[in-house]
Design a protein around this ligand. Structure first.
Ligand code: SAM
Length: 272
């Protein structure tokens, strides 16, 4: 006799399971997986998207943190030769362990909203492995990713995502598509890593640092927020007006500031 596993959604794992067949179908059509694809699903849950992804014939690895969901996933999918289950934390997952060719991995997931930003940063650090990403996220997060300079949505997330990827806000999904319904609206985003970075920084860690520092106090002028990193003369030499606020700068200007920072001599070890 087949065993039936019961599972109650857990808040601490950000569990909101998709149950709307129309929404699931629209997501799968946006991904449009082919048999030759190499897919990675983050947080398969009870398999709402997994089923259709496997149906494409593509090779699918999934990473699920909740141990209680493992038997449910195995019961449904363990017999499929294109299915490979990893129990663990996607934030610590070594994407290189999959042995995927550069630029081949297609990452998908209805992401747990509590870890979506750190997870996207973790994935961006592996952007050279990735062909594209399709995620369900809080709508507000997708709006920040897709924003342009000049408004309140433009910030660290927009800049670092757009440094690595082209961003497409595909469509919105209301709370009723999930069980239990989340308190916020959601949206599907497509991220496609650039084959050639449009604004390459000499050191992308310095770009992260400049952007983090600049937006720590987004109401202040750049010469104020960046004073521990760059003098006003250095800011001006990078072609940036130090009296502007960070949200007024585009990606190219942040890259020029990071490159200016990279020209500084590293501190001499032992010097005070
Ligand atoms: N994909 C399913 C769906 O659409 O119905 C589930 C989506 S639910 C929003 C998020 C899933 O991610 C849950 O199954 C949760 O247990 C899992 N999860 C949460 N934190 C995780 C982590 N750090 N690593 C991997 N999976 C995680």
């Amino acid at each position: 006799m087949t065993e039936h596993y019961q599972h109650r959604a857990r808040k601490r794992f950000g569990q909101n399971f998709l149950h709307d067949a129309g929404v699931i179908d629209r997501i799968l059509r946006s991904i449009h997986a082919k048999p030759e694809d190499r897919l990675l699903e983050i947080g398969p849950g009870q398999g709402a998207l997994t089923q259709g992804l496997l149906g494409s014939g593509a090779q699918l690895d999934v990473v699920e943190l909740d141990k209680d969901l493992i038997p449910i996933l195995n019961q449904q999918f363990a017999g499929k030769s294109n299915f490979n289950l990893h129990q663990g934390d996607a934030l610590k997952f070594d994407f290189n362990s999959l042995g995927a060719a550069p630029n081949s991995l297609r990452v998908v997931g209805n992401l747990p909203y509590n870890i979506s930003t750190p997870l996207i940063f973790h994935l961006l650090h592996n952007a050279s492995l990735i062909r594209d990403m399709h995620f369900m996220l809080q709508k507000e997060v997708v709006e920040r990713m897709a924003a342009g300079p000049g408004g309140g949505d433009w910030g660290r997330l927009s800049i670092m995502v757009q440094y690595h990827c082209r961003v497409e806000h595909l469509f919105n999904v209301g709370p009723g598509a999930f069980n239990p319904p989340p308190k916020v609206d959601s949206a599907i985003v497509r991220l496609v890593p650039h084959s050639v970075l449009p604004h390459p920084a000499k050191d992308h860690k310095l770009l992260e640092r400049v952007v983090r520092e600049a937006f720590n106090q987004r109401r202040k002028t750049l010469r104020n927020t960046l004073k521990l990193l760059l003098s006003n003369a250095e800011i001006e030499a990078a072609g940036v007006d130090g009296s502007l606020r960070p949200e007024q700068l585009d990606l190219a200007a942040f890259v020029r500031l990071a490159d200016k920072l990279s020209e500084q001599a590293p501190p001499t070890p032992g010097a005070d």
